[in-house]
Design a protein. Sequence first.
Length: 189
Amino acid sequence: MNYFGQAAAYLIQTVFGLYILAVMLRLLLQMVRADFYNPLSQFLVKITNPPLKPLRRVIPGLFGIDLASVLLLLALKMAELELTAIALGHVPRLTGLLVLSLAGLLQLLIYIFLVGIIIQVILSWVRPGEHNPLSALLHDLNEPLLRPARRYLPPISGLDFSPVAVLIALQLLLIVVVGPLTGLGSSLA
């Protein structure tokens, strides 16, 4: 067993994973037009600005999507997978690396919504109506998914079942889209 390689892979995945999460959250919060002055938003802006500022000078946005953030996410995920593979003694092919990166970013996107909705539901049980920076951001982030679900599944006896419907749909996306995409990327790598 290559214990040092596994330790290096763990460190690479952790460091890159945390930064990719920060960039993804910033992109999502920009897309839903969340409160920019929220302390959590400010934190994300401060830690993601160094690589994004120069990229934004070269890469413009398109239809409200920050393409510089998207490109940074893809580059970071590809670098993470490449360095992890090298630490474990593999050299993946570029096509497989690209597909695996796309699958990994899509999986992270779905996990962000899964965790965000679960936290929002728990906060609504524990401290209903209380305002704090996290609950405000979670509401802004999750509302584009929960609002359409509420149209088709209105509250029953005061209980909102739309989070359950959205969680089921997100789990299905993981199974039907991310799983096959990951399999394809693994076979190409």
